[in-house]
Design a protein around this ligand. Sequence first.
Ligand SMILES: Cc1cc2nc3c(=O)[nH]c(=O)nc-3n(C[C@H](O)[C@H](O)[C@H](O)COP(=O)(O)O)c2cc1C
Length: 305
Amino acid sequence: MKVPGKIRTELTEMLGIDYPIIGAPMFLVSYEKLAAAVSLAGGLGTLPLPNFRTVDELRRTLESVRRCTDRPIGVNIHLSGKFAWREQMAVCLDFGVRFFLTSLGDPQLILDAVHGKGGVVFADVVSLRQALRAREKGVDGLVAVGSAAGGHSGTTPTMILVPYLKAKTGLPIVAAGGVSTGAQMAAAIAVGACGVVVGTRLIATPEARVAKAYKDAVVRADPDDIVTSDRITGNPANWLAESIRVFDERPDPASKRWRDFWSAGRSVAQTEEVRPAGEIVREMAATYFEAVRVLKGTLPGEDPR
Ligand SMILES: Cc1cc2nc3c(=O)[nH]c(=O)nc-3n(C[C@H](O)[C@H](O)[C@H](O)COP(=O)(O)O)c2cc1C
């Protein structure tokens, strides 16, 4: 799909990308192929660092992303003692990663090192309380994760959370949760976001490293097939109901196999087929232009067609 041009926001300027679209870091889903495809298409591909058991494994993955593209990429880093985050951060900085998204631990721990290389640190937040705490730590921006999001989610819809956090914190806000088309991206930007994170729709891509049955389930699902439950990880997250029925059958946590539990958000409503990630990013950008044109047509003196 032809995109008429670049889309300029605070996020695209900050990261040097063509479109304000971040491919979500998704645990056990986003690896080198998905990250590279999103970045090559003009968005920001990302990797969740808990996917990598060792720093060497991470290094090999970054090498393989860099064989495909030298465009910007990002990572989701967990700043807890369980992870070798210092070494992970150093390797990422060496490979030119300049976008660090924190979702666990104190973002202050990495601010100086990341800023020293010209990078930025954002924090995943689901509430004003978390947002204010992250601002206090000095983050450069927030990813506002709304209630429709795949993965861990809060209780406030994205359309309410984004303008709320923007007004209360004044920080750049990226909208996550239920944003997977150009029109939804235009809506998010209209309410104050400088970019969007797309997760669920990118599960249904050849590049996502998950079972075909998971991709097919995302395509088949209706938003009512998504349930919010804290039983799997201990924190509220959105799941394909059919996949967590397994948990009822084998409730013993020791028997848990993460790959059996399929997380997805209510953007399953807009996920109608398995398609290459680059096509999805470009289509989002192209249909963003279309949505803005439609909005412009509602103004006095404009042609409404
Ligand atoms: C299967 C899955 C795994 C995820 N894992 C992570 C993760 O490891 N780290 C993270 O920051 N966000 C994670 N997320 C959340 C996404 O980064 C993103 O915020 C969310 O998917 C956006 O909403 P959407 O699914 O409606 O597009 C995950 C989402 C999904 C669907």
